[in-house]
Design a protein around this ligand. Structure first.
Ligand code: 5GP
Length: 190
């Protein structure tokens, strides 16, 4: 029986370990692909164009936005991020499930599209754990860390609008919970 793919939307405060979890999740399950977003933010150390993000200039981003090329887009921490529409639609039509790792604004925009989608929020165990992770990452300045922590508090207010919450305290258990959510949603009747 052929079905359209399911959109899995994952949001989390910056520094929750979302990227690591999402990468492990797509590698641990067949039929699940991660959408690669476009962004105007510069690459961090070790990030690769076309793998982590597609890095583009602001002018190019705005041009693409005007041409309606994004399924959703949002300004996060002063930079633009967007999900390429054509690629995602192509995968879903083929029956491939797609994982979008996006912020809460983007997730709420997808909700309005009324596509078959599942919303998952990843939480750190505590705010102090989040602060420690951001500091440990050492890719962000102190000012940037403070900004990300204050935004994290605002993002938490969106939690009730998500279907599932996964606490990322122990990586393996968080991954197992995410896998279980995907597997259960694939078995859902409606
Ligand atoms: P970072 O710069 O730390 O990689 O990402 C900052 C935030 O932007 C994260 O919450 C991340 O999930 C979000 N983000 C990444 N790609 C997209 C996207 O395509 N759309 C939206 N709305 N947010 C995104």
């Amino acid at each position: 029986m052929k079905r359209n793919g399911i959109l899995f939307i994952i949001s989390a405060p910056s520094g929750s370990g979302k990227t690591t979890l999402c990468n492990k999740l797509v590698h641990s399950l067949t039929g699940l692909s991660r959408s690669i977003s476009m962004t105007t933010r510069p690459p961090r150390n070790g990030e690769r164009d076309g793998t982590d993000y597609i890095f583009i200039e602001k002018e190019e981003f705005i041009k693409r936005q005007k041409k309606n090329e994004f399924l959703e887009s949002a300004k996060v921490f002063g930079e633009y991020y967007g999900t390429p529409k054509r690629y995602v639609k192509h995968l879903l039509k083929k029956g491939q499930d797609v994982l979008l790792s996006i912020d809460v604004q983007g997730a709420m925009k997808i909700k309005k599209l009324k596509a078959k989608s599942v919303y998952i929020f990843i939480l750190p165990q505590s705010m102090s754990q989040l602060r420690e992770r951001l500091m440990h990452r050492s890719t962000d300045s102190k000012k940037e860390i403070a900004k990300r922590l204050s935004i994290a508090k605002k993002e938490l207010s969106y939690l009730p609008r998500y279907d599932y919450v996964v606490i990322n305290n122990i990586l393996e258990s968080a991954l197992e919970n995410l896998r279980s959510i995907v597997i259960a949603e694939r078995c859902r009747m409606l």
